[in-house]
Design a protein around this ligand. Structure first.
Ligand code: FAD
Length: 474
């Protein structure tokens, strides 16, 4: 094995955003650290590659980074110095409707509210109060399960957001436009919209749209792990790639082993070191639906019926609240929706470095049952054509990844689940077990998105896991 030393203070298995963040936290505390990555490139869910034609850079997994630009951990790292530049579209989000109009989420709450007709005041009040409470709650995210610095603000915020999207749609809004917007935001939870806490995901993404934006990484998502890795190298950390860890016994000795993997892989890699009862608890951990992911090289920009959709980096395609809710229910019931809710991003409208002059890329996925091998190209492209007639005629080449193949690409994507496990009420905060980052074995930690605060590229799971290890062991 290509390791330069026999022993490290810490070893991180996996170089996703959380693995690299765990390693940086260890290195910042002057601990020797090695990251071991199974794939030929670092980055996990934040890699980019020429998936279609030469000169077209596509984000293989994640593409839009509300949690990345918000992350209090990323914000304090010198990532800009190491080549990461956030590119902000003119508006974070568009949600086209069948009448040919679109709801645009602008950075300004006021401008967004003006889009929402009779719900303008309700939107102003709801998002106004949540965005003003938000800064007070950031410290709680960095110290989950400690007493919040602002307990009343935290309680009020929790009561507002810890609901189902259908409850918020029913009680807080009247118009189809506002309800549709909420459905698209909440569908990022990959939960039926009738289930708690689907609204929390939607409302937090809405808050960040207004406070920090939903940017891309200039020239491709790969620049996020690349910047993290360069910072890690400056602190003396090491990385080896192309070295899948089959068993914890094959790696050099270390006081702390931080695993950027999901519970199912932890059982394979380190099961023999875990107690029987902890193994049983991990075994019960549940994964959610998968995704079918498409990328296109395009001969021109997407011809949206509602021209203002071209202002947005991300576009939600699914029309009404009811249609999106049906699509999200379907994938939990083992069905492939005929009209799936599609999340689409169009980075080249704002970043010309990703495609040859005048050409464009688009990125999209829809939710499907876990482990699905169904190619959803036709259903996804029909949804785009519905709001952008002529889209198909622009396609130069497409790349398709069905849910099952995503796991082959990155073993953390179990059955194509992009969230590291279902984020339902039970697994939302206490993930994957009540021990959070800790396991039953001294010195072995989980640091992936299967731990709080969960999915997304923000590095906080890794940072918080490493802080636990530093506290326990060093
Ligand atoms: C299609 C798709 C779209 C997404 N869209 C977004 C988005 O737009 N915005 C956003 O914020 N998030 C998005 N996400 C989610 C985001 O990518 C993840 O939440 C994030 O990458 C989790 O980071 P992580 O470090 O926990 O795990 P990962 O990024 O999955 O990294 C885990 C790493 O560990 C390695 N590994 C696993 N097992 C082993 C082993 N045994 N030995 C060695 N190495 C191993 C893997 O190869 C991988 O590099 C998306 C994900 C997918 C798949």
């Amino acid at each position: 094995m290509p390791f330069s030393r026999q022993e490290y203070d810490a070893i991180v298995i996996g170089s996703g955003p959380n693995g690299l963040s765990a390693a940086i936290t260890m290195a910042e505390a002057r601990r020797s650290v090695l990251v071991i990555e199974g794939y030929e490139m670092i980055g996990g869910g934040a890699r980019s590659a020429e998936l279609t034609l030469p000169g077209f850079v596509h984000d293989v997994c994640s593409s839009v980074y509300p949690m990345g630009v918000w992350s209090p951990f990323f914000r304090r790292l010198p990532l800009a110095h190491y080549g990461l530049e956030w590119v902000h579209p003119s508006a974070p989000l568009a949600h086209p409707l069948d009448d040919g109009s679109a709801v645009i989420v602008d950075r300004s709450i006021e401008v967004t509210a003006q889009n929402l007709g009779e719900d303008a005041d309700r939107y102003r009040r709801l998002m106004g109060s949540l965005t003003s409470a938000w800064p007070k709650l950031e410290s709680s995210v960095q110290s989950p399960f400690s007493i919040p610095a602002h307990p009343f603000a935290a309680a009020r915020f929790g009561l507002t957001v810890l609901r189902s999207a259908s409850s918020v749609a029913k009680h807080d809004f009247r118009s189809e436009r506002a309800r549709a917007l909420l459905a698209g935001l909440a569908a990022h939870a990959v939960l039926p919209l009738e289930r708690i806490p689907s609204a929390a995901f939607g409302l937090v993404l809405g808050i960040i749209a207004h406070t920090q934006g939903w940017p891309f990484a200039r020239s491709g998502s790969q620049n996020i792990p690349n910047a993290l890795a360069r910072h890690l190298a400056s602190l003396g950390g090491e990385i080896v790639t192309d070295t899948p860890v089959e068993s914890i016994e094959q790696i050099p000795r270390a006081r702390a082993v931080l695993c950027d993997v999901t519970p199912r892989q932890l059982l394979k890699i380190a099961g023999s070191r875990l107690s029987a009862s902890f193994r049983r608890t991990l075994d019960r951990y549940r994964y959610g639906p998968g995704v079918c992911k498409l990328d296109w090289a395009l001969n021109g920009p997407i011809p949206w019926k509602a021209a203002e959709c071209a202002r947005a980096g991300t576009v939600h395609l699914g029309g009404t609240f009811e249609e999106i809710a049906a699509s999200e229910r379907d994938c939990w019931q083992g069905k492939h929706s005929e009209r799936p809710f599609v999340l689409l991003s169009q980075p080249t409208l704002f970043d010309t470095t990703r495609a040859p002059a005048g050409k464009h890329t688009a990125w999209a996925y829809c939710h499907v049952p876990n482990g699905s091998t169904v190619d959803m190209t036709d259903a996804i492209e029909k949804q785009i054509e519905r709001f952008a007639p002529g889209f198909r005629s622009l396609i130069l080449k497409r790349s398709v990844r069905v849910a099952a193949s995503l796991e082959t690409y990155n073993p953390n994507l179990i059955g194509g689940d992009i969230g590291g496990g279902a984020a339902d009420l039970e697994q939302f905060l206490l993930r994957p077990t009540r021990r959070l980052y800790r396991t039953s074995a001294k010195g072995i930690y989980l640091c992936s998105s299967s731990t709080p605060p969960g999915p997304g590229v923000h590095g906080l799971c890794g940072h918080l896991a490493a802080r636990s290890a530093l506290k326990d062991l060093f």
